[in-house]
Design a protein around this ligand. Sequence first.
Ligand code: MG
Length: 491
Amino acid sequence: MTKFASGAATDVGQVRQVNQDNVLIADDVFAVADGMGGHRGGEVASLVAVEALQESFHERTTDALVDAVQSANAAIVERAKGDPELRGMGTTMCALARVTLDDGEECLTIVNVGDSRAYLLKAGEQELFQISEDHSLVQTLVRQGQLTQAEAAVHPQRNILTRALGIDQKVLPDSFDLLPVKGDRYLLCSDGLFNEVEETRIAEVLLTLTDPQAACEELVRLANEGGGRDNISVVVVDITDDAGHHTMLEARSDEHRVVQIVHGTDRAAEQVRAATVAAGAAGTAAATGPGANGSGPGGSTVIIEAPVIPGPPGAAAAPPATAPPGPVPVVASNKSTFTWRVALFLLLFVGVFAVAAFAINWMGTNSYYVGIDNSEVVIFQGRPGGFLWYQPKVEQRTQIAESAVPAEFQADVAKGKTEPSLQEAVAYVARMRAGIPTTAPPTTGTSLPAAGGTSTTAVPEAVAGNILGGAVSGGPVSTLPVSSTTTTTKP
Ligand code: MG
């Protein structure tokens, strides 16, 4: 069985008032958590994270360690719900544990969320190898070729994370399975170490001090010496027995001990794909979901750690800040599905839409105006010039020639005299007709009665019916002379 020797140290540093980091050292699981969030949120988040990790890591497998990190995430989210002062708190998590793979092989697994790091100093070698990949804005820009690692190391926005525990209901941890090799030394640390101490100097300490606890304390001392502008946490894990893996490794010539790397985005996409298949749904679109190549930020939220405290005068000039990439949507499984809130929203939406449609229809059709069509006065249904997609249509023709319109009516009729109802429009036409002199020219082909005068037998049935018939029954026009005159003289 793989065996360990370990040490740990955590320190508030030289500037901050509170240590928001927490570390975990148990029999076969180790972790560093770097909390963030105003007031006391950060220290609570990192503590809840390491406690939840230890409590929920039972079955010694890679998936179980990933699940334990998910449980830690859920525990932070739940804790924040009950205390407004803790809202928005979060933490990084970098954990190492002994696990057993599906084939029965004993392995080490490192699970990472955020920008705390796991390094490996291989037995007999001098150089540190960074295992974990930072979930930070600058690391995303490095992957995209917009920044070099050296520029990222001093970038003013290097504290912006793209993933952290406690921010969303689900989180996407990366996992790294590695062969344990006797003599290898692993280092877990928060950014308070590697932002203050060069990696080459860290390697020197790890090579020099064989006692893991002494190495941890020396690294913390160096970080404080370098400025101590952040909290500093260090865990050193030595592989003291590898159960024969050393020989296996030589046979495999596996340079970095890496058996398997699974990015959180890939794992989430695979879970969605499996769920889709299980549900019998056609297609596997989810398998090609966002971040399937594992290179994207892979989180739905950008999290900002406590601001980076500026370095001493003369420190390397930071490159210009680059706008963070847009949030990358997480796969659908990260989002809650149909809820009563969604139903209520849809209901309201449909209701508002129906009311708006009714109002538009009413506005478009429930009004009349008197205007001109083909040089003839007519009553239109609708509004002058139309309303949205409702165009006015001729409701009644009057047989009054445009040229016969009395002067006092001409301006209104020219632009369209709006009336609230058909009856009112008919009444308006009757008043107009009353103002037409008996010598007014008739419209083409039709002889109309002189307004206010004695009707003639030339009034056509259709004209009488349109203007003076049922349309005015009971309306104001019935009291007008033109109405009574014409009606009484109808044949
Ligand atoms: Mg930190």
